[in-house]
Design a protein around this ligand. Sequence first.
Ligand SMILES: C[S@@+](CC[C@H](N)C(=O)[O-])C[C@H]1O[C@@H](n2cnc3c(N)ncnc32)[C@H](O)[C@@H]1O
Length: 254
Amino acid sequence: VSGHRTALLIGIGAGDPRQITLQAIEAMSEVDTFFVLDKGASTGTLTGIRQLILDRHAPTVPLVLVPDPPRDRGVGSGLAAAERYREVVDDWHAARARSLAAAIAEHVPAGGTAGFLVWGDPSLYDSTLRVIDRVRDRLELTARIIPGITSVQALTAAHTILLNRVGEPIHITTGRRLAEDDGRNTVVMLDADCAFRATADPNDLIYWGAYLGTEFETLIAGTVGQVGERIAETRAALRERHGWIMDVYLLRKS
Ligand SMILES: C[S@@+](CC[C@H](N)C(=O)[O-])C[C@H]1O[C@@H](n2cnc3c(N)ncnc32)[C@H](O)[C@@H]1O
């Protein structure tokens, strides 16, 4: 277990393998073993995509799946439950760090490099860096990051739009917290419920994209009044057809 190691977090873009940078390809060749934190649901497809990337750019480097420890979800409600929820999440992160530290110690020699292919860019709604920070309580490890193209950039490129109008701010949030938002340009990620239906004005503009950069890429744009329902229906149908979905959208006050 002793000895210094490097954790290399490599952004791989949000779905199109051509979004992988030359810097990322170079970094892949430094890695001794790649690790995937298995999160169920869409992991099958996403691990498949990672494997394709490795087959192409680092065919001899092994990929190890680190199963996610089970997460205790039954915490009830109320104040005590909120406290309990924090404890549950904290225990879960600690358990994740423990299994990852063990896997790194087993598969990466001292002085070596552990690699993580991170969807999009590691800075945006991704827990890899947080988990690595906790692994560092257990292993001597230095983290390095290679940036990638985020799903936000994939969305604006697909619609040929800017993220902001002149001089305006941008806000990035989750579906769950969209109701608190009062921004003029809001990017919404991780939204399973089409939260815009409850919060947006019918005149607001929406630019929606699903499976960006993949063969299933689907785009819809218009005012929420015109296309909101169509987005919700399309999303449900696509999710049904493929068994998983990843979508992101920009809401803009008109
Ligand atoms: C856990 S976050 C990871 C974001 C990632 N680190 C990034 O840089 O884009 C997952 C969310 O990103 C968005 N997303 C990622 N890839 C996408 C894609 N190819 N098409 C549409 N949305 C995507 C979705 O909102 C999804 O719920």
